[in-house]
Design a protein around this ligand. Structure first.
Ligand code: JFZ
Length: 435
């Protein structure tokens, strides 16, 4: 419970700090509907670092797994030799897509290339890719087919930072670096490989690493327009410009951002929180600090009640397995979503803020969902100022949809009689339908 409260507080802090909208393009240029309705997706961090699993030559590397190369200052030849070890014999794209689907997730966002520069797809512009590994099969292609089969939208993460490319790697700062050579002749061709149709319909591209000093807002605009011309439907996150010159289609607060709230998000702002299930994005074998199903579910509700999306991370092992610590939790999240998904998908922010007993989401003008965290002894009252002229047509638990809950109006208040026994300790959802 304490952890949940902390999560929620940390959230409120993010929301304030990310209230500014992307500056480019102008609002409304893209249709963000699918994303806003999807609400819940899977983030996957997978690459050479997954083989290290947080260790190098028997020594533990502190910090997040996917940063091992830089954090532990690993020798380039030894790190890059991991390509020859990348042979994920237990990887089953379908299993991953199904894990996402069964958890109630609508999209899957995978690192096609993280900061270390290794490409998980068959890239013609580099040998530092999956085709040089013993596995020799295009991971992104396999995921494309699996996602299609399980009706999950495929989304691609692409790191601006590249520790492998000599023109932008921090390891080559002393040499003459041609940043634009990397952008024009490496990054853009790779984006073209990924986004021009070979991998089917792509929901979004998620950029990362815009804080690099060599990266400029002009480069960001150039890449934004480049993708827009290739496919105007692909959504781009807000990390393509600079931290003070935002470029992208929606807002992404991140979990570890210390900031002071300045203002609040507007109801119609499109935003997403990305979150780890333990303390790392890329796999670390000693990190078992898993968040509980309760924490994840309540976080998802919290986000939905403020109109955002949750993109929840898993870090598969070098062999290609999503750790049990995360699949156990995802199963329980899926069970909850199976019953209560209606109160999350396609909903928007609560027009009346949060309640002492829980959170609210709404679906248009017709439906309101009450997500109860603190189950009241018996009666629950809610003011209907926002729905003043509406008649209540039906009130029911999503877990018992055939049965109406006893309810009556007292002035502006709607009062409900709840079952004496709390149906769901994590969150009991009541649907209120108006005429
Ligand atoms: C980045 C990556 O460096 C990290 O490895 C992971 O992929 C994560 C999803 O994204 O980390 C960030 C990105 C942005 C901020 C902090 C860490 N930020 O805006 O404060």
């Amino acid at each position: 419970m304490k952890r949940t409260i902390i999560t929620i507080l940390v959230f409120i802090i993010y929301l304030g700090s990310f209230a500014q909208k992307p500056h480019y393009p102008e609002k409304g240029k893209k249709d963000l509907t699918w994303f806003q309705e999807a609400k819940f997706g899977m983030f996957i961090h997978w690459g050479l670092y997954s083989i290290l699993a947080g260790e190098f030559e028997g020594k533990e590397i502190p910090g997040i797994g996917e940063w091992a190369y830089k954090r532990a200052n690993l020798p380039t030849d030894k790190y890059e030799a991991l390509v020859k070890e990348f042979n994920p014999i237990k990887f089953e794209a379908e299993q991953w897509a199904k894990t996402a689907k069964d958890a109630g997730m609508k999209y899957l966002l995978i690192t096609t290339k993280h900061h270390d520069g290794f490409s998980l797809f068959d890239s013609k512009v580099t040998k530092y890719d999956i085709m040089s590994s013993p596995y020799k099969k295009d991971i992104i292609k396999e995921l494309q087919l699996a996602c299609k089969k399980h009706d999950v939208k495929l989304c691609l993460y692409y790191s601006i930072i590249d520790w492998h490319h000599k023109d932008v790697s921090y390891r080559h700062r002393d040499s003459k670096q041609d940043f634009s050579n990397y952008v024009q002749n490496y990054m853009k061709p790779q984006l073209k490989e990924l986004l021009s149709g070979d991998y089917g319909e792509i929901g979004m591209v998620w950029f990362d690493g815009f804080w690099e000093s060599w990266w400029t807002a002009d480069m960001g605009k150039d890449v934004y327009d480049y993708i827009y011309k290739m496919n105007p439907n692909i959504i781009i996150n807000d990390r393509l410009g600079k931290p003070k010159n935002i470029i992208g289609d929606y807002i992404t607060p991140e979990q570890n951002i210390p900031a002071i709230p300045t203002s609040t998000l507007k109801e119609d702002d499109c935003w997403e929180t990305v979150l780890t299930m333990n303390n790392t994005w890329g796999y670390k074998k000693n990190d078992d600090n898993w968040k509980s199903p309760r924490e994840i579910i309540r976080t998802l509700i919290e986000i939905a009640s403020r109109g955002g999306n949750l993109t929840l991370n898993v870090g598969p092992t070098g062999e290609g397995l999503i750790p049990e610590g995360s699949t156990d939790v995802l199963k329980k999240v899926g069970q909850w979503m199976q019953v209560n998904g209606e109160a999350i998908y396609g909903t928007s922010a609560s027009p009346i803020g949060m309640m002492p007993w829980g959170r609210i989401t709404v679906q248009g003008e017709k439906k309101m969902f009450l997500h109860i965290f603190e189950y009241p002894r018996k009666e629950l009252n809610i003011r209907l100022d926002h729905w003043k002229r509406k008649k209540v047509k039906s009130v029911r638990l999503l877990s018992k949809p055939k049965q109406q809950l006893e309810n009556w109006r007292v002035g502006i208040e709607l009062r409900l009689n709840l079952p004496a026994h709390c149906p769901d300790e994590i969150a009991t959802v009541i649907e209120v339908e108006f005429e």
